[in-house]
Write a protein that binds this ligand. Structure first.
Ligand code: NAP
Length: 268
């Protein structure tokens, strides 16, 4: 791809994107980044040998594909500043959580907009990334976004109405797993294991179980049942989890996250 790619915002997620975009084969000469934080800007630009600018407008004027990688509350200011420099030949890819494509389109001139929702494992290349298109974007724009984002993880396309569910499942999802790790490590310590041993056993168990989920064709329920022999230790654990209705609690928690995502999107 010979198109020029620009990023507005050089924060954590932008860095993950830059690293992924370079891995996808884009020449560093075709990548440019801006940020109000000049120290952070020059660190990122030097680290990846890409061009830098302290002017967001320059990014929009000189690039064909522009990533909007600032915090959601900073999006409006940026769009008010750069919106008029967009046209129907440019593509904007937003990674700002909870900002609808229609809100972004209001500031632009018939420009194709793709909204994406990555999660933190994207920083390591293991992200679960959902993308959706705005009213001026087409299937080619979605393909371009997918090609650029797939080095940060697996990319799926969803209708925009599903973005709140995506936020609740994969956006907040890593935190649910971190909580399970937290409880497992704490309990291991209480049962007398050292912190180091608890960390190794818990972290590797989560990695191993995730790898089995990804490589196996079986449903998680079947994999769980295979570890649960009659009268055994896992069965003892699940008797308690089922009696306390852990499944219902988790379901309610995920639905609460979806509700909150909807509320935040309305406010933005
Ligand atoms: N991190 C995640 O796990 C994650 C996951 C999913 C989605 N996202 C989305 O990714 C976006 C970026 O998140 P992040 O964690 O990478 O944020 P971040 O590290 O704070 O990066 C944003 C950068 O943009 C800069 N900035 C602020 N206003 C600007 C402006 N007007 N023009 C140019 N640059 C400006 C910020 O500078 P200052 O620090 O000086 O403000 C900061 O360096 C967010 O919208 C978030 O919703 C993040």
């Amino acid at each position: 791809m010979s198109k020029k790619i620009g990023l507005i915002g050089a924060g954590n997620m932008a860095e993950a994107l830059i690293s992924g975009i370079i891995k996808s084969g884009i020449n560093v000469k075709n990548i440019m980044v801006s940020d109000v934080n000049t120290k952070r800007l020059s660190i990122v630009a030097k680290r990846y040998r890409i061009r830098q600018s302290d002017c967001n407008i320059e990014i929009v004027k000189s690039c064909d594909i522009i990533f909007l990688a600032v915090k959601p509350y900073q999006v409006q200011d940026v769009l008010e500043e750069v919106g008029v420099y967009f046209n129907n030949k440019k593509l904007l890819i937003s990674i700002a959580a909870g900002i609808n494509t229609s809100k972004i389109e209001k500031y632009l001139q018939n420009t194709a907009v793709i909204r994406s929702m990555p999660n933190t494992p994207a920083l390591l290349g293991y992200g679960a990334i959902a993308i959706t298109k705005g009213k001026y974007a087409n299937a080619t724009d979605l393909k371009i976004a997918e090609k650029l984002l797939c080095s940060c993880g697996v990319v799926v396309t969803v209708p925009e109405k599903d973005m709140d569910a995506v936020t609740a499942v994969s956006g907040s999802g890593p935190a649910y797993i971190f909580y399970i790790a937290e409880i497992m490590r704490k309990t291991a310590r209480k049962m007398g294991l050292s912190a180091n041993i608890a960390k190794i056993l818990v972290d590797m168990t989560l990695l191993g179980a995730s790898s089995m989920l990804i490589t196996s064709e079986e449903e998680p329920e079947v994999l769980r049942q295979r570890v649960t022999s009659k009268g055994g230790t896992t069965e003892a654990a699940f008797k308690l989890l089922f009696s306390k209705k852990l499944g219902n609690i988790l379901e309610e928690a995920i639905i609460s996250a979806k509700k909150r995502s909807k509320e935040l999107a309305k406010k933005s």
